[in-house]
Design a protein around this ligand. Structure first.
Ligand SMILES: Cc1cc2nc3c(=O)[nH]c(=O)nc-3n(C[C@H](O)[C@H](O)[C@H](O)COP(=O)(O)OP(=O)(O)OC[C@H]3O[C@@H](n4cnc5c(N)ncnc54)[C@H](O)[C@@H]3O)c2cc1C
Length: 434
């Protein structure tokens, strides 16, 4: 889906309960109470939409990019938290609990019965915990898989609590039509988890892969090749990535995202360049060929297929070369007439991967800690380097594909924008969503 369409669908979905509540209506109330209800309604629908913005739906993440999807997920979660935190305090001055014979249908006043409010209070306390845990996940002593499990289950519990609170304590949610809408929306959100953790693994089970080889590329980088086991393989575009589950059940949460570095035109096997980083990637060298694997994908929008620009600049830092290598290889294998220029930054000489293959191309290596006899570029991929390598016309007409450390990507993107490269000609893939 295109970005404009996605935003329209998102706005439509999260404002639907608000609009429906307004249509359902009720006797007038003070403005601050209407505002309180409105913010509560918006917060709940935004939280439900977060399930769909989890990054595992290709129609979303392949349209706007995985990093944009995840950033949007994070920003919307914080916005919903803000609305949710303000929501109870705006009611102010509500009457005490107990029976209100003058208002048996709760049209005029809110409940303060604890049983009806308890679910809202629990969600009110859990939501900030869930978001703080997500923000601080890398600083906590837990695996990424444990965090994902806690995050998914926590979100599900919060959604169930909010559904109860909205239906039993809400002025609008208790109306049958609104109850039906909220139940349907919560079911879609919960169903998205079922889809990701049950339906997708079931599909993967019928399309297994096997580890064909693992070879060391550089002191801390490995190349891994997988072959399809009894099926034709993956239909992907150069530059895309998959979630790789190696050696576990298809239903396991132990899967990591990796860009494919081989070209689609090279055949059904797929290769990955993997840098040692944490508990999974440090074990790559010990995994036996023949190990079963499952792939979920392809994901991502870092692709130049079918683009009209006359040239493709591939700017990589470290293992960020992986998706760009796939693009370069595909361009070569398909005799792509567009020019391709690679800028590949690393710290040290022995970190440059696939040098023999790259040497035959238009490539500029950049080393921040070069050996004494290094005659090529030194330092970082920065503005002066880009100005030396690209003409003003190239800045304006080429597509720039960037993948590497966040600081490098931000610096390059800023400079390209300064040089007049339109933002639709700058494609980025972040390996980290912090
Ligand atoms: C779209 C994308 C493409 C990537 N492509 C490559 C690639 O081609 N080559 C490469 O070496 N690395 C790539 N990465 C990074 C790679 O996914 C992580 O380095 C790897 O998952 C670390 O796993 P670990 O268990 O060894 O490390 P851990 O110590 O568990 O994690 C280190 C960090 O890696 C990230 N991470 C770990 N597990 C996951 C997960 N399941 N999902 C998302 N993030 C996770 C987290 O930010 C975590 O803090 C890519 C990441 C993304 C998002």
């Amino acid at each position: 889906m295109k970005p404009v369409l996605l935003i329209t669908v998102y706005l439509g979905a999260v404002t639907l309960p608000l609009v429906a509540s307004w249509i359902v209506g009720g006797p007038p109330r003070p403005f601050h109470q209407e505002l309180a209800s409105g913010l509560g309604i918006l917060a709940f629908s935004m939280i439900l939409a977060e399930f769909i913005l989890s990054g595992r739906f290709k129609s979303i993440s392949n349209g706007i990019g995985m990093d944009v999807t995840m950033r949007f997920h994070q920003v919307m979660a914080r916005t919903a938290l803000g609305f949710a935190l303000v929501h109870p305090f705006l009611f102010g001055g509500s009457p005490a609990g107990g029976d209100r014979p003058w208002d048996p249908t709760r049209q005029l006043t809110l409940t303060t019965d604890f049983s009806d409010l308890a679910s809202g209070i629990a969600a009110f306390l859990l939501l900030p915990c869930l978001i703080l845990l997500a923000i601080g996940r890398t600083r906590l002593n837990q695996t990424h898989e444990t965090w994902r499990l806690i995050h998914g289950l926590g979100a599900l519990v919060i959604a169930a609590l909010l559904l109860h609170h909205t239906v039993y304590a809400g002025r609008y949610g208790s109306q049958p039509v609104m109850t039906g809408l909220w139940v349907a929306m919560t079911a879609v959100a919960a169903g998205s988890l079922l889809y990701v953790y049950l339906i997708v693994p079931l599909r993967q089970r019928s399309r297994p892969w096997r580890l064909a080889s693992v070879t060391r590329l550089t002191p801390k980088q490995w190349e891994m090749t997988l072959t399809p086991d009894g099926h034709p393989g993956l239909d992907f575009k150069a530059g895309q990535f998959v979630w790789l589950n190696l050696g576990h059940s298809a239903f396991s949460m132990r899967e990591n995202p990796f860009s494919i570095c081989s070209a689609p035109a090279a055949g059904p096997s797929v290769s990955f360049m993997i840098k040692e980083l944490g508990d999974f990637t440090r074990t790559i060298g010990q995994i036996e060929p023949g190990t079963p694997a499952y792939l979920d994908g392809p994901y991502g929008s870092l692709t130049v297929q079918g683009r009209p620009e006359p040239g493709v600049a591939l700017i990589a830092g470290g293992v960020g070369i992986a998706p760009l290598l796939s693009i370069l290889r595909q361009m070569r294998l398909t005799d792509d007439p567009r020019k391709a220029r690679v800028i590949y930054g690393n710290r040290a000489l022995d970190q440059i991967a696939h040098r023999e293959e790259l040497d035959g191309q238009d490539v500029t290596y950049v080393l921040s800690e070069p050996p004494d006899d290094w005659a090529a570029e030194t330092g970082l991929i920065d503005a002066p380097l880009l100005d030396r390598l690209f003409t003003p016309e190239e800045f304006n007409t080429w597509v720039f594909v960037i993948c590497g450390p966040p600081a490098m990507m931000d610096g390059v993107e800023d400079h390209l924008l300064k040089r007049g490269t339109p933002s639709h000609r700058i494609l980025l893939e972040r390996f980290d969503y912090e």
